[in-house]
Design a protein around this ligand. Structure first.
Ligand code: SF4
Length: 443
């Protein structure tokens, strides 16, 4: 039963309230799912198309999801949450049928590619989870909906309900909420980090088991759905407690390695009305979230260890003015310049301005000829950022690395990087091999 609201609201009014209430959840990117198309199933929906964009996946793909709360009523009292039981806000709730109808009608109009559904906890964890599962099951079974579904999972829900959620959803997520157990206990007393992690472990087991199950031979029958094919993710609130960036990244590392998460989303704390005095009155700087994502990327794709990042922080906090890879390089100038024509891939990944795609393109190209700066500039738009840290045919950074004001040059803006520019030497390729134009990552 929806909570009492005093009067019956129209579906449009409910949508305004419950879509707005969902905006605090950052973990809705749909990257990583399998390709499905209604043409093959005879149903409706596809994960391959594109509609109105609401979010960007980590790979830069634009995705559109109908992002809703089933209800913004909640029996819990998490201090940082606008929907907590003690919050004086308008309460509303959808029925399962309303969410299903909205999803289908938005999909048919090509407004969305899928559904992101979360909820406050009503009555009990199991009751709430049952409602979420019913939405996904109805979409899949009754409407043969092939679009993307991300269900936010209630940690204390029964293993049977989690298992069924994984059967219908592409991605499941359970919010870890805060970086330390101490913060969770103090700000969300009804939640338990032990239970959250145990549910994550349960999802991990289901996801791994599904990966090991051999695909059925073509039989003409519809394929059974794989358990949460887009894996699981979580979200951590940044700036509500006093945890440092290094503490946050350490917790993320543990979650990635222990539960095989696809993503940890960092969500900057937003001050809320009537908040506890233990919470900060202002949000953290916007750049903090961004730097955390960059540092997270370095540990997952660039071979950086947490101990590397430690040296690039001050008091455990990342530098807000420059990205963490640049901060590390400036703190380890003895490791540079790196000869791009000879250095191992691991060292190329440490060069500021070179992303993974650029590095792979360099490795391919230098098999055939020695690279010049002009070649690098064709591979990546951030080649100039790398200039003080690299050696190439015809380019030496001279004494740039000894410049005490080098960090300042990066902060002052791109025009200052012209100081690194050498007169362009003539292009003298010795081979006809073409350069792959594949580099876009900026770290
Ligand atoms: S359980 Fe979720 S919705 Fe309820 S108060 Fe806590 S964070 Fe908010």
């Amino acid at each position: 039963m929806p909570p009492s609201t005093g009067r019956t609201r129209s579906l449009k009014e409910k949508l305004a309230i419950l879509a707005d209430a969902a905006k605090y959840d950052a973990s809705c990117a749909s990257s990583g799912t399998t390709k499905r198309n209604a043409k093959a199933s005879g149903g409706i929906g596809s994960t391959e198309g594109s509609g109105i964009c609401h979010a960007y996946a980590p790979d830069g793909r634009c995705i559109s999801l109908l992002k809703l709360l089933l209800t913004n009523a909640c029996i819990y009292d998490c201090a940082y949450c606008i929907n907590r039981v003690s919050s004086r806000i308008e309460r509303e709730a959808f029925t399962v049928e309303e969410v299903v109808d909205l999803t289908l009608s938005f999909y048919r109009r090509n407004y969305i590619e899928g559904l992101f559904l979360s909820s406050g906890i009503i009555r009990s964890a199991d009751h709430t989870m049952e409602q979420l599962v019913r939405v996904a099951r109805t979409l899949r079974l009754e409407h043969r909906f092939q679009g993307y579904i991300h269900l936010k999972t209630i940690p204390d829900a029964s293993p049977e309900l989690l298992a069924e959620a994984g059967r219908w959803a592409d991605r499941l997520s359970i919010n870890i909420e805060l970086p330390t157990e101490r913060s969770l206990t103090s700000f969300a007393p009804e939640k338990s980090s032990r239970i959250i992690k145990s549910s994550m472990a349960h999802l991990k087991t289901g996801i791994e088991a599904a990966k090991r199950t051999p695909r059925e031979e073509k039989t003409g029958r519809a394929k059974p759905r794989r358990f949460a094919p887009a894996g699981q993710s979580t979200q951590m609130i940044v700036g509500a407690d006093g945890a440092s960036d290094l503490t946050i990244l350490t917790t993320s590392r543990t979650l990635y390695t222990s539960y095989d998460l696809r993503r940890v989303y960092y969500s900057a704390f937003s001050p809320i009305p009537d908040a506890s005095s233990a919470l900060p009155p202002a949000p953290p700087p916007l750049a903090r979230e961004h730097r955390l994502y960059q540092a997270d990327w370095l540990t997952r794709f660039y071979g950086f260890e947490l101990s590397d990042l430690e040296g690039a922080t001050a008091g455990g906090m990342l530098d807000l003015e420059i990205d963490p890879k640049l901060a590390w390089a400036l703190a380890h100038r003895e490791a540079f310049p790196v000869d791009l024509n000879r250095a191992p891939r691991e060292m190329l990944l440490r060069v500021p301005g070179l992303g993974v795609k650029a590095v792979d393109a360099i490795v391919r190209t230098r098999r055939y000829r020695r690279m010049r700066f002009e070649d690098l500039a064709r591979l990546t738009p951030t080649a100039r950022k790398a200039k003080p840290f690299i050696v190439l045919e015809g380019w030496q950074p001279a004494r740039l690395l000894d410049d005490a004001a080098l960090r300042q040059r990066f902060i002052k803006g791109p025009s200052q990087l012209d100081l690194f520019a050498a007169p362009p030497p003539p292009i003298a390729h010795t081979s006809t091999a073409t350069l792959p134009l594949a580099a876009t990552t900026v770290l």
